[in-house]
Design a protein around this ligand. Structure first.
Ligand SMILES: NC(=O)c1ccc[n+]([C@@H]2O[C@H](COP(=O)([O-])OP(=O)(O)OC[C@H]3O[C@@H](n4cnc5c(N)ncnc54)[C@H](OP(=O)(O)O)[C@@H]3O)[C@@H](O)[C@H]2O)c1
Length: 314
């Protein structure tokens, strides 16, 4: 089953989140509440409209009534225009869910799943380092790896240390108080770097065993395409990635990846099983009603709220 992402809304009517007012056939449901973007910018560009036409469904699509949607860092960056050259229309907060708690999981967990399972192919007994375990992606990565029988070490802020250990991380290093390079011992089979700056990249690479996988969430494909246009930006990104892959293979004997979220039915199935078994959770820090979509984005932008922010639609 695919969640309809309202594909027919194009620029000028960019679609952020939806509330199908009624669940049913396209012939019955004709309008929904929607948050639209007329232009890129700060939270003030977000506009809640009461009666937006529901797009036509294809034969393999369904209309889902969303109760809550999570706001991810990527949503706020896309609101500002990030990735505009790649996505001709924007879907922010597109992971809709029936429950507030569940809305925070799929986007983050699928991102972590793709890195750990599809890219690094982690297996039982391996050592994984998660840089930035305090965030939604890092925290779901820890839980997925623990469930797979891996030994997990992470870096996070002081307020997150207890949560990391309770989720099964064997070591949680407070990056605000400790020297990560001294505090963490031994080498790892894989590192997931959710922060992805030059410093975390350098540190992470040095922690890898030979043939280990370094995965950053901060790949440069979208930013280069935004800067130079699709035609030049994407080949440039491919060349840059290839250059780094060759360099690191030669200098450190490791595999270097930019990793991106991808909807994956097998991943979703496993994620659902783990969530239902209580092994995968993302704490929701604050919930806003959809009418306060601007305030919700503002809170995420300014990091007023540590952790997951969710918009409740009903
Ligand atoms: N490539 C993709 O497809 C993809 C998909 C999803 C997300 N992303 C990107 O990945 C990043 C993380 O996303 P998210 O949803 O997990 O964000 P998030 O929930 O907002 O979490 C960010 C966390 O990073 C931690 N942090 C900040 N600086 C740190 C440092 N120097 N060392 C360790 N931890 C640090 C903070 O944790 P503490 O509270 O513990 O300090 C913060 O809570 C964002 O930049 C997002 O845009 C990319």
């Amino acid at each position: 089953m695919r969640i309809l992402r309202f594909r027919s809304f194009r620029m000028n009517r960019n679609f952020i989140s939806s509330n199908s007012a009624v669940l049913g056939l396209r012939g019955i449901v004709t309008s929904c509440r929607a948050v639209v973007l007329q232009r890129f910018g700060g939270p003030e560009v977000l506009e809640l409209r009461p009666n937006v036409e529901v797009p036509d469904l294809k034969s393999n699509e369904v209309l889902v009534r969303a109760r809550a949607v999570s706001i991810n860092p990527l949503d706020t960056r896309m609101r500002l225009g990030y990735g505009r050259s790649i996505f001709d229309h924007i879907y922010l907060s597109y992971w809709a869910a029936i429950l507030v708690e569940a809305s925070a999981i799929p986007f983050a967990a699928l991102t972590a799943w793709r890195a750990l399972k599809s890219t690094a192919r982690i297996t039982e007994g391996q050592r994984l380092l998660v840089v930035g375990g305090g965030g939604a992606v890092g925290f779901t990565a820890i839980q997925l790896a623990v469930a797979a029988g891996c030994h997990v070490t992470t870096t996070c802020g002081s307020q997150s240390v207890g949560r990391m250990l309770a989720a099964g991380a064997e070591q949680a290093v407070d990056y605000t108080a400790e020297d990560i390079e001294l505090a963490i011992k031994g080498k790892f089979d894989a590192v997931l770097d959710t922060i992805g700056g030059p410093e975390t990249e350098r540190i992470s690479i040095n922690f890898l065993k030979r043939a280990g996988h370094y995965m950053t969430l901060q790949g440069e494909a979208a930013s280069l395409a935004d800067k130079y246009g699709l035609a030049a930006g994407l080949p440039l990104a491919t060349a840059l990635l290839l250059k780094k892959q060759i360099q690191y293979r030669y200098s450190h004997g490791i595999e270097y990846w930019w990793t991106y979220m991808r909807a994956d039915s097998e991943g979703l199935h496993e994620i659902r099983k783990l969530s239902e078994a209580g092994k995968l959770k993302v704490p929701v820090e604050k919930t806003f009603p959809i009418t306060q979509v601007r305030e919700a984005h503002e809170a995420k932008d300014r990091r007023h709220v540590p952790g997951k922010v969710v918009l409740e639609i009903d």
